[in-house]
Design a protein around this ligand. Structure first.
Ligand SMILES: [Ca+2]
Ligand SMILES: [Ca+2]
Ligand SMILES: [Ca+2]
Ligand SMILES: [Ca+2]
Length: 320
């Protein structure tokens, strides 16, 4: 995907290619129906699982064609447990115009194999994730690999790009590494990281936006062998309030919390109550330290309310 990062940055500033249109003179191609494409993709993926065996080792994965429904086929073997989960696409994505809503009503089945659960912690979907991967096509070839690890975000944040949504969503099934050791030669060893192999329908991948270099086609399902190394909690709008504290109704969905109703969810809104004073301004206070006045930010639990108010002041437009 490293290669695709570069491509994506050139044409859309994001790893997601949905609206990537490198040549403005090219007539916009009408996207195919998502349900129809998914029906084809899941059929291709299940056919693959029933007619390929898998050999997994520390360096990678090898797929070998078997007779249809052979006992060694991924579908039938018992060495690795083939699991599946039904997911919806993530509701928003980022392109060079900013955060965009995605309309996709398909219920997608993601087949996956947990190779190693990992010894660290489960991550939140909105956390930054440090992962390594190898990507395969259903013809058993590798189309890209990035074994060193890279940071990704959802939604796209600072210099961190989004990955395809099937990739990001399956990270929830494994845990991070317990530790990262720097070796004398400057390389790193990851202790007990999570590792998962996932079979991704194109609707949770690049869908209609095939990269120009031709390595993958439009509407092509993909396989990723992913290692989850680390995660990091994020303050997406850099207003001094971590994402997790902007989930006001605590339902795990950051997109449905919008205090001032301006259409920008709190976690990407720098003025949460819409009173014209940024949240960061509202939670900043001044103290004297060694004879100098120093500006500090309240720890979340200590942010005060307006006088007579019942919520923290950055959520109350009656004071600032
Ligand atoms: Ca924030
Ligand atoms: Ca808002
Ligand atoms: Ca905010
Ligand atoms: Ca405010």
């Amino acid at each position: 995907m490293k290669r695709f990062f570069t491509l994506a940055v050139l044409c859309s500033g994001s790893l997601l290619f949905w609206n990537c249109n490198p040549d403005d003179d090219t007539p916009k191609v009408t996207e195919r129906d998502r349900q129809e494409v998914y029906n084809e993709d899941i059929n291709k993926i299940e056919t693959f699982l029933k007619s390929n065996s898998i050999e997994i080792n520390a360096d990678g994965v090898k797929f070998t064609t078997t007779e249809p429904n052979d006992a060694n086929a991924i579908w039938n073997q018992t060495t690795y447990q083939l699991q599946s989960v039904n997911v919806s696409n993530l509701p928003y994505y980022t392109n060079d115009q900013g955060v965009q809503k995605l309309t996709d009503n398909v219920s997608y089945k993601l087949y996956y194999i947990v190779v190693n659960e990992g010894g660290g912690n489960y991550m939140n979907i909105y956390d930054n994730a440090f992962t390594a991967y190898t990507g395969y096509k259903l013809d058993q070839t590798i189309f890209d690999t990035y074994p060193f690890g890279f940071w990704s975000a959802y939604p796209s944040f600072s210099t961190y790009t989004e990955t395809i949504t099937g990739y990001r969503q399956i990270l929830q099934k494994v845990k991070t590494a317990t530790g990262i050791i720097e070796n004398p030669d400057g390389t790193y060893t990851y202790e007990n990281p999570g590792r998962v192999i996932v079979f991704i329908p194109s609707g949770l991948g690049y869908f209609s936006s095939a990269p120009a270099n031709g390595t993958i086609g439009q509407y092509e399902p993909l396989i990723f062998d992913i290692t989850l190394i680390a995660n990091k909690e994020v303050d997406h709008d850099n207003d001094g309030i971590l994402d997790k504290y902007e989930d006001l109704n605590e339902n795990g969905d950051l997109w449905d919390d919008d205090t001032d109703g301006d259409g920008k969810a709190n976690f990407i809104d720098i003025d949460d109550d819409g009173d014209g004073y940024t949240t960061r301004q509202e939670i900043t206070f001044t103290v004297e330290e060694n004879g100098e006045m120093v500006q500090k930010i309240y720890p979340f639990n200590e942010i005060p309310s307006c006088e007579g108010g019942s919520v923290k002041k950055h959520l109350d437009k009656n004071c600032h």
